[in-house]
Write a protein that binds this ligand. Structure first.
Ligand code: PMM
Length: 327
């Protein structure tokens, strides 16, 4: 099956990417899907929930995690990607290693999700440019083991925007089509909770760079800190789901292109409701008190308009396929 090398662009809502970590040690889902069979089952679940992309990764990027060599990442992700591709599931590969990206693209992934923004492996730009596929560039200041020490900023939003601009320029110099680039502030990557929150509050300044913006907040520690109990203990990882959906709604209202989340269904609902609110014009023309007041409501990704993937959730798509109504 040939998988299109284009970004999903639902006409009217935020893209929702489902996380599938085929790792023993990721901070949230590590160890849950680290056999091909369990990973395949989870990938199918995410697709059925309506994921626009399933993001398959074989290396934990949690703070302090050590590197996983390319051969081991390939061993973890490629069988899963091949099996999901055979079902028609669109996928990104979450890796900072060019060899892993190349193997994953050959196995059926269609997007590179590079949490290092191209910095970890100088060959990544060539792989992205040769494949002509979308490339997600995440803000990064060094490997997971050294991340905490580089979480120093005078103006985190300005510095992240500047450093992402440099990554975009480097990708373009390497021959990558700018229409295939997505930027991501890298929440939790060399960031303290106050940095993550400031980046979310000012997402529009990243959107102003003119590229689609992806937000990866799902279950991250700044959400645990924001929901700390009376003793100051952070909310445990497995109870950050509502907080994750809150960020999805915020990102959608601020005009982000997509979110990367562990549970797709609730974020997809949030994305659809925000899209419905943004599309509503009843009363706006007659000028209610809040009518027309922008909530950061610009379209992100000025270089690439509309398009669409046919819309609908995975479950709806599956239903339509059963009913023979897909185009
Ligand atoms: N975060 C993680 C992994 N990959 N990719 C992008 N583009 N953005 C992110 O914020 C991001 C990512 C770490 O989270 P995980 O361990 O739950 O996968």
């Amino acid at each position: 099956m040939t998988i299109a090398m284009a970004l999903p662009r639902p006409a009217d809502r935020l893209v929702v990417i489902g996380v599938l970590n085929v790792t023993p040690d990721s901070f949230s889902d590590g160890g849950r899907h680290d056999s091909p069979a369990t990973a395949l089952r989870r990938g199918r679940e995410l697709w059925a929930q309506g994921a626009d992309l399933v993001d398959v990764g074989g290396e934990s990027t949690r703070p302090g995690a050590g590197p996983v060599d390319a051969a081991e990442q390939i061993r973890r992700v490629c069988p899963v990607i091949e099996a999901l591709a055979a079902l028609g599931v669109p996928m990104s590969v979450d890796t900072t290693r060019a060899a892993v990206a190349a193997a994953a693209l050959a196995a059926g992934a269609s997007v590179i999700n590079d949490a290092s923004g191209g910095l970890a492996d100088p060959d990544m730009a060539r792989v992205a440019s040769d494949a002509g596929c979308p490339w997600i560039l995440t803000h990064w200041r060094g490997p997971s083991v050294a991340m905490a020490a580089s979480a120093r900023y005078r103006d985190v939003v300005a510095e992240v925007a500047q450093e992402l601009t440099e990554r975009v320029a480097a990708a373009e110099r390497a021959g990558v089509d700018p229409g295939q680039l997505v930027i991501d502030p890298g929440l939790g990557f060399a960031k303290r909770p106050e940095h993550d929150l400031a980046l979310l509050r000012q997402l529009g300044r990243l959107a102003d760079l003119g590229l689609p913006v992806l937000v990866g907040a799902s279950r991250k520690s700044f959400l645990g800190a924001a929901l700390a109990d009376a003793t100051g203990a952070p909310r445990p990882v497995d109870r950050r789901e509502a907080a994750t959906v809150a960020v999805t709604a915020h990102a959608a209202a601020a005009g982000a292109w997509g979110v990367r989340v562990h549970e797709v269904a609730a974020s997809l609902d949030a994305a659809r409701v925000i899209a419905a609110i943004r599309a509503a014009d009843g009363g706006a023309a007659s000028g209610g008190a809040l009518a027309g007041r922008a909530l950061g409501g610009r379209a992100v990704g000025g270089r690439a308009a509309g398009g669409g993937t046919g819309g609908g959730t995975g479950a709806e798509r599956a239903g339509a396929e059963r009913a023979g109504t897909t185009r």
